[in-house]
Design a protein around this ligand. Structure first.
Ligand code: ATP
Ligand code: MG
Length: 386
């Protein structure tokens, strides 16, 4: 990316094998690959940035892997900013999930965090330094939404090539390639041409490549998009091992099950802003933002049912309400309500139905799934937190 916000053009060669991932996005891997060991980071003409020019000495600041303050990115010709005054701090040693619907600004924010895109305003600190500095770049690994390899070269040769661009040679390079192959569980396919890999294997190879230089912070943009369940599980196992090795992971995903299972904390983004004020654990998010899902099995004539439902609609804490006919005796129906509060709400629903002449057969309360919370926060009225 350039300071004016254009995407970095990555030349395609005939050797390139386009992986399974969908649309093109900023190409940090390719940028890394074009770097020569020891070569200076892109100059000021390409990137102008606020914040510290280089990496500061490790210290208490590094308890936070990522610190963003008031980051705004506005692409030319677009009315709305793609990232809108966003602030976020992510501690080291965890797996953090950045969630949000298509176009929320996740990849744009990622491009800022890996130093490919300069925000119009705001402060960006990655591992205590500027993401565009050579020192910080060596400490971060990036998996783009797109994966490309030299198709005719083996998986091992692809990784060795990537490692050599970080200045590694000989035995040290061999050890790093072996470690990356092991982590990606690709040892037995290491000598096969990358062009013969399945979509899932290609994605694992791409993750191995992002890790080849043993970075401390890894950005994974939709690591499991378009990959089947078996391959996903394989990838998750690899990702889950990263914090054990002292690494911090930031991933974006549309898969809420993945986020719930994999991430220590998550934040949800919508139209360039966070709709969750702080990164929180998926469970806390479920408790806080989608307090309760209540299901009531009830019995009543169509007129009573209508009256009862009208009464429920007057409760302001109910954010979603629906009633559907149920199999069973005539007049049986099921009410499903999502409430923004927990305390006393189920009782209030039951009482209102009962005073309107509806008989209650059964009441069930449960926490919402992360998917329900996600839906609530990304489709409901916009109450963004900065
Ligand atoms: N180079 C660009 N020029 C103009 N607009 C852009 C550019 N890159 C992204 N955008 C716009 O910025 C917004 C955020 O896009 P971004 O790709 O960051 O979203 P995302 O959350 O990663 O979406 P997805 O889930 O589809 O990957 C979108 O409206 C997109 O159209
Ligand atoms: Mg994206």
């Amino acid at each position: 990316m350039t300071a004016s916000g254009q995407r970095q053009h990555v030349p395609e060669t005939q050797e390139y094998h386009q992986g399974p991932a969908g649309k093109a996005a900023p190409g940090p891997l390719e940028i890394h690959h074009q770097e020569q060991p020891g070569k200076a980071a892109p100059g000021p003409a390409e990137i102008h940035h606020q914040g510290q020019p280089g990496r500061v000495a490790p210290g208490p600041a590094e308890v936070q892997a990522i610190v963003l303050r008031g980051v705004t990115v506005r692409f030319p010709g677009r009315d709305e900013p793609s990232v809108d005054g966003l602030s976020l701090s992510i501690p080291t040693g965890q797996i953090f999930g950045l969630l949000g619907p298509n176009g929320a600004g996740k990849s744009t924010l990622l491009a800022v965090m890996v130093g490919l895109l300069t925000p119009g305003s705001g402060h960006v600190e990655i591992l205590g330094g500027d993401p565009r500095s050579q020192a910080t770049r060596r400490d971060i690994g990036v998996l783009d939404q797109r994966t490309a390899f030299y198709a005719k070269l083996s998986g091992r040769r692809n990784l060795a090539f990537a490692g050599s661009l970080y200045g590694y040679t000989g035995k040290a390079l061999g050890r790093m390639v072996d470690a990356a192959l092991e982590l990606a569980n690709l040892e037995q396919y290491a000598e096969d041409p990358a062009g013969s890999y399945s979509g899932g294997m290609a994605r694992r190879l791409a993750i191995a490549r992002a890790l080849i230089h043993d970075p401390r912070l890894i950005f994974l943009d939709e690591p499991t998009a378009g990959i089947d369940a078996v391959e996903c599980a394989e990838l998750w196992r690899g990702i889950q091992r990263l914090p054990e090795a002292g690494k911090t992971v930031l991933l974006t995903t549309h898969d809420l099950v993945e986020a719930g299972d994999l991430c220590d904390s998550v934040a949800i983004m919508r139209t360039g802003r966070l709709v969750t004020p702080e990164p929180t654990s998926p469970d806390y998010l479920r408790e806080t933002y989608g307090a309760m899902v209540i299901t009531i099995r009830a019995l009543g004539s169509p007129a009573l049912r209508q009256q009862g439902m009208a009464a429920l609609r007057s409760i302001p804490e109910i954010t979603h309400l629906q009633d559907t006919p149920a199999d069973g005796q005539p007049g049986e129906f099921v009410v499903q309500a999502t409430a923004s509060v927990k305390r006393g709400i189920a009782g209030q629903l039951v009482t209102l139905l009962a005073v309107n002449g509806v008989s209650i057969l059964d009441v069930d309360k449960r926490m919402p799934t992360l998917e329900e919370v996600f839906h609530e926060l990304t489709t409901g009225p916009l109450k963004a937190a900065r």
